[in-house]
Write a protein that binds this ligand. Structure first.
Ligand SMILES: Nc1nc2c(c(=O)[nH]1)N=C([C@H](O)[C@H](O)COP(=O)(O)OP(=O)(O)OP(=O)(O)O)CN2
Ligand SMILES: [Zn+2]
Length: 137
């Protein structure tokens, strides 16, 4: 049976401040620059969710991409879209909202929610220039 990876793209926007409270204000400014702005800034994020598995004989699907969209919207985007990562988002409490940390936290929510399908990769675009990949390691 062929093993195929399918990907669903979703979009959301959110505010954040990249900030490590364990560091001084001066160090936060030095490390994070404009991204440490106390009054927040926002991004239009793009999230690519990839699921890998066998192609079912009856449907020809690895997973129904509409069902995958619904899971991501219910489990992650409903708590994230038009929110502030530093304040509003339950799975980011106490975590510095870099793209790396966000994608790892999203994986921890989505991995179990997508089972028994296998989450293969999350790719989170923070800007049109910057993205991070995570595969659960
Ligand atoms: N490794 C990481 N580096 C940076 C992150 C991150 O999450 N991981 N985040 C930021 C800031 O959030 C910043 O807001 C990113 O936006 P920006 O610097 O405007 O990036 P652009 O690519 O859109 O713009 P350029 O000015 O052309 O770089 C920074 N670093
Ligand atoms: Zn930012």
């Amino acid at each position: 049976m062929p093993i195929v990876t399918v990907t669903r793209r979703l979009r959301f926007n959110a505010a954040h401040r990249v900030h490590n409270p364990a560091l001084s204000d001066a160090d936060n400014t030095r490390l994070f620059g404009k991204c440490n702005n106390p009054n927040w800034h926002g991004h239009n994020y793009t999230l690519d969710v990839s699921v890998r598995g066998p192609v079912a004989e009856d449907t020809g699907y690895v997973i129904d991409l509409g069902a995958l969209r619904a899971i991501v919207e219910r489990e992650v985007l409903s708590q994230t879209d038009h929110r502030n990562f530093n304040i509003d988002v339950p799975y980011m409490q106490g975590i510095n909202p870099t793209t790396e940390n966000i994608v790892v936290a999203m994986w921890q929510v989505l991995g179990p929610a997508i089972a028994p399908a296998t989450l293969q990769r999350l790719r989170l675009w923070e800007t049109e220039n910057n993205y991070v990949d995570y595969s659960g390691e």
